[in-house]
Design a protein around this ligand. Structure first.
Ligand SMILES: [Zn+2]
Length: 95
């Protein structure tokens, strides 16, 4: 039974890579995640300052504008998230 296809884009699922319940491909999951990280909910959960949330969202939009694919954005965005969160914490310590 290796013939599952993604319910969203009909790409063939490589079942070895996915848990058995998965019905959507990694590509689609990545796309959904890229949508999610731009939502107000996500930004509010992950940032305490407006400027950092805005920078993060602008960065995501910039990557999309460059034509970077969703999987690559997902691979790199967690580091960006951590850098901006660290900046949030560090910037105001010295003031
Ligand atoms: Zn898909």
């Amino acid at each position: 039974m290796n013939n599952f296809t993604c319910v969203s884009c009909e790409r063939k699922l490589n079942t070895s890579k996915f848990n058995k319940k998965s019905t959507i491909c990694y590509y689609y999951l990545s796309k959904a995640r890229v949508e999610r990280i731009q939502t107000k909910d996500f930004l509010e959960e992950n940032f305490t300052k407006t400027w950092s949330a805005t920078l993060f969202k602008k960065y995501v939009l910039y990557l999309i504008e460059l034509g970077i694919d969703a999987e690559t954005i997902c691979k790199n965005i967690s580091k960006v998230l951590r850098v901006l969160q660290a900046a949030e914490n560090e910037l105001f310590k010295t003031f």
